[in-house]
Write a protein that binds this ligand. Structure first.
Ligand code: NI
Length: 167
């Protein structure tokens, strides 16, 4: 396994739309192992392939406190959603200690494929529902900060540019 480099905003590669998975092979499984390792090492609750410069429809997630309930979803799709929640989010690809509240569906039904090629559905709410919506956004080239006001986005961009210059 290997740790992968996480792309950071404003890297334009975070805007690339991920392609669907048609075949599960050894290489794909190895990629997923690396994604898990990278997610756990970075203490993230979720990681989309886009964030590690792999433009395929894959994300890993683990919202458990014990960090041993990881799941991997291929070709994820939200087929039902209801309610509204408004919770603070952060992202491994958005530095500068950026956290802000984003409006999301409270509950979602996720449809996806597992690593055995089996199609499954999963009902999620609260944090897990946020995570699913956040990761699917990544696969579409969307970051959580895109949901904030223009003014907030401008402030975040300036703060991050300033930090990057200092490095
Ligand atoms: Ni993220």
């Amino acid at each position: 396994m290997a740790l992968l480099e996480i792309l950071k905003f404003p890297d334009p590669r975070l805007r690339i739309k991920a392609q669907p998975i048609n075949e599960i092979d050894v290489e794909l499984r190895r990629m997923v192992d690396d994604m898990y390792e990278t997610m756990y090492a970075s203490h993230g609750v979720g990681l989309a392939a886009t964030q590690v410069n792999i433009h395929r429809q894959i994300f890993t997630m683990d919202v458990s406190e014990t960090r041993d309930q990881g799941i991997c979803v291929l070709n994820p799709e939200i087929i039902h959603q209801e309610g509204i929640q408004y919770e603070a989010e952060g992202c491994l690809s958005v530095g500068g200690g950026t956290y802000d509240k984003v409006e999301r569906a409270l509950k979602v039904r996720l449809k996806g494929m597992d690593l055995d090629g089996k199609i499954f559905e999963l009902d999620a709410e609260n944090l897990m529902a946020v995570c699913i919506q956040h990761e699917i956004d990544h696969l579409n080239g969307v970051l959580f900060i895109d949901h904030l006001s223009r003014l907030k986005q401008m402030r975040i961009r300036k703060k991050i540019e300033k930090l990057d210059r200092r490095e």
